[in-house]
Design a protein around this ligand. Sequence first.
Ligand SMILES: *Cc1c(COP(=O)(O)O)cnc(C)c1O
Length: 372
Amino acid sequence: MNDKILLSASNLSDNSFLKEMLIQEESPFFDNINSFESKLELYLSNKNVAALNSGTSAIHLALILSGVVLGDEVLCQSFTFVASANPIVYLGAKPIFIDSEKDTWNMCPKYLEEAIKDRILKGKKPKAIIIVHSYGMPAKIDEIILIANKYKIELIEDAAGALGSTFKKIKCGTFGKYGVFSFNRNKIITTSGGGAIVCNREIDKQKVISLATQARINVVHYQHQDVGYNYRISNILAGIGVKQFDLLDKYVSRRRKNNQFYSELFNNMVGITLHKEPNPNYFSNHWLTCILVNEKLAGFSKEDLRLQLLKDHIESRPLWKPMHLQPVYKDCSYYGESVSERLFKSGLCLPSGSNLTENDFERITTSIKKFL
Ligand SMILES: *Cc1c(COP(=O)(O)O)cnc(C)c1O
C-alpha cells in the first residue's frame, strides 16, 4: 500500500513545519525574527545575519550592497538554479556565466580567472562573483577567494542549499562578502518560504534590514530616501525557523545517511558515479544525493533509470540545466567547456528527504536491483 505513495526527490512531503506553524500562531507577537537571527549568528561564527522572505531576495540585496547597477557585469556559476542569476537582471546588470569543474560541480576557478581577464580586456571589470555550493557540496573556495581578492571583486556565496556544509571546518555561507541561505520548502530546514543574508559587518546587516522594509527612515512620519523592498521575513515564519533550526544537525546527519545508503547501493555498479566529497576538507550536508550515469558503461541512460524508478513511484530529477543553455539567458557570455552540460545530460537527483525510512531505502534498492 505504502509503495504507491510517491517518494519525492526533495522533501516536499515533509510537513513537520506545518505543525510548527500551528504552535507559533498562538504567540505571533513574540520577536521570532530576532531569535531566529540570533541562532543563525551563533551558528555562523558570529557573522551578522538578516532574515528575509526568500533566498532570491537575499541575492538581490547582496548585489545591491555590492554596488551592482544598470549596465554592470556579474560573474555567475552556470550550473545552478535560475534564482542565482535572475536578481542580476532585476538590476539591469548582465550575467556572465562560468562553467563548473568536475570535482565539486561548482564554479571552475580556471575559467573564472579567464573570464575576469577577458572582461577587463574588453573594457569592463565585473562587479561581483556569485558562486554556488550546489546540492550542499562546497565549491573550491580557497582558489576562488584568491581570485576574488586578486582582482578586488565582491564574492557572493549562494549557499541556499548548503546550510550545515563546511570547507576546512568553516561553514559555507561565511566565506564571501555576503552569504545567502534559503528556507524554502524543499531546503534542509524550512520556514515554508524564507531566506537569510550573512554579512561581515553589522552596518551592512542594518542596510539590508532597511532595504527589506521599504527603506523607511526612523522618524515619526513616513520618510524615504531610497527605494526599498518588502523582503523581510514574517514573524510567524521566523517562529517556524527557530524550531526548525534546532533540527538542523539531525537533518544533516539523516541526509548524510541517505548519501551513505546510495554509496553502498551503487558501490560496484558499473557506469554509475555517486557525487561525493573530493577530499576530507569538504563536508557536504548532502542536501540532495546525485549520481552520474555513463550510458556506454552502464548500458542504460539516466532517463531509462528515471523512468524505471517512476514506474515504482519513486521520483528522481535531472540535475540543473546550465544557465547558458536556458532560452532566457541564451544571449549571455559563457566561459568554459562542457562540464556543466555533461552533468545535465547524465545526472540525476535521487530521493533525499530527511524523512526517508528503512522501508523507503528497501523500495529504492528493490527497484534499482530489478532494473539491473
Ligand atoms: C532554492 C535556491 C535558491 C532560491 O531560494 P528561494 O528561497 O527559493 O528564493 C537560490 N539558489 C539556489 C542554488 C537554490 O537552491
